[in-house]
Design a protein around this ligand. Structure first.
Ligand code: NAD
Length: 288
C-alpha cells in the first residue's frame, strides 16, 4: 500500500513510521525542507530506540526507513497514493485549502483521512465538493509509534464504506480503533481531555498548586501515565490553544482558553518543541 502523509511535524513523521513499520511505502510531504529533515531524523532516532529495545532488528529498522520518502512536491506525493493522511496544523482554512487540491490530485480510489484532533470533519470535507463523502477522521495520538488508539470519525456525509476502510487501516498499522459516529468537535477523546487540562491550567494560574504537584496528583491519584500539563507541553501548547478555541466555538464557554495559555503561546512557550512550556526542556527534549 502507498501511504501519503501530508505534514511532517510531530504527528506526520510518526504516522509515516507506523505505516512503514506495517510494510507500507510511505511518503511524507511538507512545505518546509527543514521540517522534512527533522522528520527524517526523528524517525531514525525512534527506529534506533526500537532496535535498542530489541523490538526491531537493525535490518528491519533500515528497511523501514528505506520505505519512507520525503518531499515538498505534493503532486509527486499523491500520484500513487492508496491512503492519504493529512497532519498539517490545526487551522480550518489551511486544511480546507490543502484538501481542495488533494481532491483534484489524489487517485479516485484513495482513502482520505484527516488527523485533526478536534475540527469538524464535515467542515473540512466541504472543500472536497462532491468528493466530501470520501473524507474520514483518522485521529492518531502522540506519539503515534507508541499510542495504541486510532479514533475514527465519520463526517456527516462520510460513507460507511470509508469509515470501514479507515478502521481497517488503523488496525493494519497496529492500533485499537474506536468510532465516533457523530461529527462533534473534539470527538470522544479531545473533548473530554481538553476540559481536564484546562482545569489544571486554571488551578496553576490561580496558584492552587505548582505545575509539578498538579501533574503528580493526577498521575498518582488516577494512574495517568503522564500529567496533563507535561502532556500539553509534549503535544504543543499552540496546538492546544487552537483546539480549545475551536471547542469553545462549538460547545461554549467551558472550553474558553485562559489568558495565561494565550500569553504562553504569544511568548513562544509552546512546550517541548520550543524548549519551554509549563516545564523546561533541554536540547534533547528532556524535562530539566
Ligand atoms: N501534537 C499532537 O499531540 C497531536 C495529536 C493528535 C492529533 N494532532 C493533530 O495533527 C495535526 C498536526 O499536528 P502536529 O502536532 O503534527 O503539528 P506540527 O506543527 O508539529 O506539524 C505540522 C507540519 O505541517 C507542515 N505544514 C504546514 N502547512 C502545510 C501544507 N500546506 N502541506 C504540508 N505540510 C504543511 C508544517 O511545516 C509542519 O511541519 C493537527 O491537526 C493536530 O491537531 C496533533
Amino acid at each position: 500500500m502507498n501511504v501519503a502523509v501530508l505534514g511532517g511535524g510531530i504527528m506526520g513523521n510518526g504516522i509515516a513510521q507506523i505505516a512503514a513499520t506495517a510494510g507500507d511505502d510511505a511518503v511524507v510531504r511538507d512545505i518546509d525542507d527543514a521540517a522534512l529533515e527533522r522528520a527524517r531524523s526523528t524517525i531514525e532516532t525512534s527506529l534506533g530506540r526500537f532496535v535498542k529495545k530489541a523490538r526491531l532488528t537493525v535490518d528491519e529498522a533500515e528497511a523501514t526507513l528505506g520505505r519512507i520518502r520525503f518531499t515538498t512536491d505534493l503532486e509527486a506525493a499523491l500520484t500513487d497514493a492508496d491512503v492519504v493522511i493529512e497532519a498539517i496544523p490545526e487551522v480550518l482554512d489551511l486544511k480546507r485549502s490543502v484538501w481542495q487540491t488533494v481532491g483534484e490530485l489524489a487517485p479516485e480510489h484513495a482513502l482520505l483521512g484527516t488527523n485533526t484532533s478536534q475540527l469538524s470533519i464535515t467542515s473540512i470535507a466541504v472543500s472536497l465538493g462532491r468528493q466530501a463523502p470520501r473524507l474520514v477522521g483518522m485521529h492518531f495520538f502522540n506519539p503515534p509509534v507508541m499510542m495504541r488508539l486510532c479514533e475514527v470519525i465519520a463526517g456527516t456525509e462520510t460513507t460507511p464504506e470509508q469509515v470501514d476502510r479507515a478502521c481497517e487501516f488503523g488496525r493494519h498499522v497496529g492500533k485499537e480503533v474506536v468510532v465516533c459516529r457523530k461529527d462533534s468537535p473534539g470527538f470522544i477523546t479531545s473533548r473530554a481531555y481538553a476540559i481536564l487540562r484546562l482545569e489544571c491550567i486554571r488551578m496553576l494560574e490561580e496558584g492552587v498548586a505548582s505545575a509539578e504537584d498538579i501533574d503528580t496528583a493526577l498521575k498518582l491519584g488516577f494512574n495517568f501515565p503522564m500529567g496533563p500539563l507535561e502532556l500539553g507541553d509534549m503535544n504543543g501548547l499552540d496546538t492546544f490553544l487552537h483546539a480549545v478555541t475551536g471547542l469553545a466555538e462549538a460547545h461554549g464557554d467551558r472550553f474558553r482558553p485562559t489568558v495565561g495559555l494565550r500569553n504562553m503561546v504569544a511568548a513562544n512557550r509552546l512546550g517541548r518543541k520550543s524548549g519551554a512550556g509549563f516545564f523546561n526542556y533541554d536540547e534533547d527534549g528532556r524535562k530539566t
